[in-house]
Design a protein around this ligand. Sequence first.
Ligand code: NAD
Length: 434
Amino acid sequence: MKISVVGTGYVGLVTGVALSHIGHKVTCVDIDQNKVEKMNKGISPIYEPGLEELMVKNINEGRLFFSANHREGFKDSKVIYIAVGTPEKADGSANLTFIEQVAKDIAVNIEENVIVVTKSTVPVGTNHYIKDIIEQHLIKNVKVEIVSNPEFLREGSSVYDTFNGDRIVVGADNTEAAQVIKEINEPFGIPVYVTDVQSAEMIKYASNAFLATKISFINEIGNICEKLGADIESVAYGMGLDKRIGSMFLNAGIGYGGSCFPKDTKALTQIASNIDHQFELLESVIKVNNNQQSLLIEKAKDRVGNLRGKKVALLGLSFKPNTDDMREAASIVISKRLLEEEAEVIAFDPIAVSNAKRIIGEGIQYTESLEEALQDSDFALIVTEWNQIKEINLQTYVDKMSTPLIFDGRNCYDLNEVEKYNLEYHSMGRRSVV
Ligand code: NAD
């Protein structure tokens, strides 16, 4: 089947590549000419493990195309996926500007009946709003059906997730349209759950809000454990043995970031407040997370005192490992605080340095070498649990740093292992090693 995907970010490009890989003929459309030029040369504009190889393979096998022209991109397509951004507005609600523009782009460029499938995370009611916009702007006498198909991939493992997801959610008013989307996805072999459009839209927000709640919950338990002498790793393990709780998403740390949880939790509180419902639980989840990001700095200040002139190794910049995405990364808040405290910061990240330079700016130094970041530093802050950091020989801290003092926001190391080295180590929800 000929399919178009609009928007080639983390969701759109991975979706387009995966759909072409299972045999569909796919054209990915983006307004960003630079991105389209790169992709046409077989270069992925984003870092995702395995993505570029799969992209090149499908380009070479004649199933995957890129275009900056909507008319050309939509030609002969029976299905158009929308995967543009829905960023946060100043009041926390979802900004639908890109969605509205795509709806108009579809209306004026299609020449035959299409099913418009929205992968972007959008508030309940948006898929019907998209249909209204398209129908208002149509210039040809064609029929448009809408399907909500929210995306659950995780950045850093998005290719794997697309081929191994737990479920594909399809929300539709029209059973034939739902059937077409089911058939498109059949080769993935992932269970498809068909429901109504509004419920599909809500499943996405409710899922992200629930996962964010799990994170803030375990972080609060961790903060209490630390003061009472309990160990959060043991507590989380013991909790996770209960199948009703499950062991995933119980890692204490400095909180969630990224392009989804922060904006989607805020958007859901806004969606609720629009119908006069105060979502108090989710408001607390957001507040706990905001406090959590600064905890590492508070710990460092409690231990070191004034940070002025201190040489700080900031380890990890991206919001999580295996991605170059810096959106809402804890490193942004932490580096800002360090600069306010007049510390001298050298930051390490294996992939995200160029994105970080754009977002954090030139007030700090950057390196792709962990050893260089540690050299002569007064203390280290671990912000992202990259494998390079988790797998480092702990003696490197002792050898390179001026004072081997570590504040670990991601609990990268086993405490018994740390004790074998001449290190001072403070982590989250666990006893300190001094
Ligand atoms: P992104 O910002 O990385 O990419 C969006 C792309 O859309 C950009 O390349 C932009 O140039 C393009 N675009 C904007 N307007 C366009 C138009 N009119 N025509 C063609 N292209 C246009 O976004 P993303 O991170 O991939 O997220 C997309 C959506 O998926 C969001 O709603 C997000 O909440 C949701 N989502 C994201 C993730 C994730 O991990 N990133 C996971 C699940 C769901």
